[in-house]
Design a protein around this ligand. Structure first.
Ligand code: 5GP
Length: 231
């Protein structure tokens, strides 16, 4: 009897161990998050000061992140081919300069390299380096978040606030899938004044092969029931 239960324990422990390895291991992901950032918000309270001219008033790409439902922090820094600048054609490079600039320091290629090495490598079996950057640029062109919000009268404003659902509905109406919004805390919160947060990033989700868009899970992101400023 005792032997049977210890055997069951060993089998269970091994199953848990396997699950753990599979959820954190290299190259294991369920879907993609395509993250676009609002540069003026990126530059607020940034640990690295932004170069002023990079504070663009358009949403630009932060990254395309293979992601896991079970562990939002993985996968990252997987085994795989390191970034190779040669693999970006001059044409793709000039497209990325528009869609994927480094808004913090102006080192565009350094930013692409960091994103590929930290995230892109983890889905190399699906998108090689060139496909990874091509697909990201295509998504940026196809879903112009700046224009979508502008058409819904959601434009930068110093005092106006929006509800989370106002912004999500405007995007969903065009993309037909639920995005995820990521916010930053208000750096100038005054005690006793109504709280608000700043719209920082819009995430669109894609299935495993990065071909079709899917609804994003609202796992992390903006805080519930706190109004959002877009400035
Ligand atoms: P992740 O590394 O997971 O892609 O995203 C977090 C990092 O991205 C942060 O360290 C943040 O500083 C960085 N980040 C966001 N926007 C930019 C950018 O425009 N340029 C650079 N170099 N880093 C950025």
């Amino acid at each position: 009897m005792l032997k049977l239960s210890s055997l069951a324990f060993v089998v269970l422990a091994f199953a848990f161990f396997l699950c753990f390895i599979m959820s954190t291991g290299d190259g294991s992901y369920n879907y993609f998050q395509f993250v676009q950032q609002w540069p003026p918000a990126t530059c607020i309270r940034s640990t690295k000061p932004c170069s002023k001219q990079r504070s663009l008033p358009i949403f630009t790409i932060h990254g395309l992140w293979p992601s896991n439902y079970s562990n939002p922090k993985t996968p990252s820094n997987c085994n795989g081919s390191q970034f190779d600048a040669i693999k970006l054609s001059p044409r793709l490079r000039s497209k990325l300069k528009r869609s994927w600039p480094d808004v913090e320091s102006g080192n565009d290629e350094g930013f692409w390299e960091g994103e590929w090495n930290k995230h892109g490598k983890c889905s190399e079996q699906t998108l090689n380096q060139m496909q990874y950057f091509e697909r990201s640029h295509e998504m940026w062109i196809f879903h112009n978040i700046t224009k979508i919000l502008k058409n819904a009268s959601i434009v930068p404003h110093p005092t106006k606030t929006w509800k989370y659902t106002d912004i999500v509905s405007a995007i969903k109406a065009l993309t037909r899938t639920t995005p995820l919004l990521r916010c930053k805390r208000n750096p100038a919160q005054v005690k006793g004044q109504p709280q608000f947060q700043l719209l920082h990033e819009v995430v669109l989700c894609l299935e495993y092969k990065a071909l079709k868009q899917i609804d994003c899970n609202r796992t992390a992101g903006c805080r519930n029931n706190v109004d959002i400023k877009f400035q």
